[in-house]
Write a protein that binds this ligand. Structure first.
Ligand code: COA
Length: 140
């Protein structure tokens, strides 16, 4: 999972993390409760994690291996996360996404997430650019 995370970070586009990613450290500290993986031939090709707050909502993050995108992996992970969140009696799932990330925004909208706000120039990139973040939420 940490290796895949590092590979997606190398793209410098969809997730906030940028290289270098400390793979060993990330692997050692990964909280596996609320984490879902998609497997193909024994390899992890996608992962989604829900960080459960103490206030009834969970915050979601996810990534799919580049070669596996557009084939339903992300959708399967989101379905699993929504089912799990309901069994945990969470009332809401939330996430943040870069506004240019059309694939991610389309995926979340497909499952009923709505845009709740925009944080302007929120994330400073390693090249100095300041990127907006869109907050999305799904009431369960
Ligand atoms: C965002 C991401 C997780 C989507 O995963 P995926 O496996 O490609 O998603 P799916 O194949 O299940 O597609 C789900 C929906 O997204 C939309 N979609 C997928 N790729 C798209 C694209 N390139 N452009 C626009 N919409 C797209 C479609 O509406 C699709 O629904 P459909 O299958 O009913 O047509 C994946 O692109 C990814 O990992 N990107 C890099 C990391 C990232 O951005 N993570 C999210 C951070 S918020």
């Amino acid at each position: 999972m940490a290796l895949l995370f590092a590979a997606v970070a190398e793209e410098r586009d969809g997730i906030a993390a940028e290289p270098p990613v400390d793979v060993e450290r990330r692997a050692a500290h990964w909280h596996l409760g609320g984490t879902f993986v998609a497997l193909a031939g024994g390899e992890i090709v996608g992962a989604l994690f829900v960080d459960e707050s103490g206030f009834g909502f969970g915050e979601l993050g996810m990534f799919v291996a580049r070669d596996w995108r557009g084939r339903g992996v992300g959708s399967a992970l989101v379905v699993a996360a929504i089912d799990w969140a309901r069994t945990r009696r969470l009332h809401k799932l939330v996430l943040s996404v870069f506004p240019h990330n059309e694939a991610a925004v389309a995926l979340y909208r497909k499952f009923g997430f709505v845009e709740e706000g925009r944080r302007t120039k929120h994330i400073r990139r390693s090249n100095g650019e300041l990127w907006d973040l869109v907050d999305m939420g799904l009431l369960l």
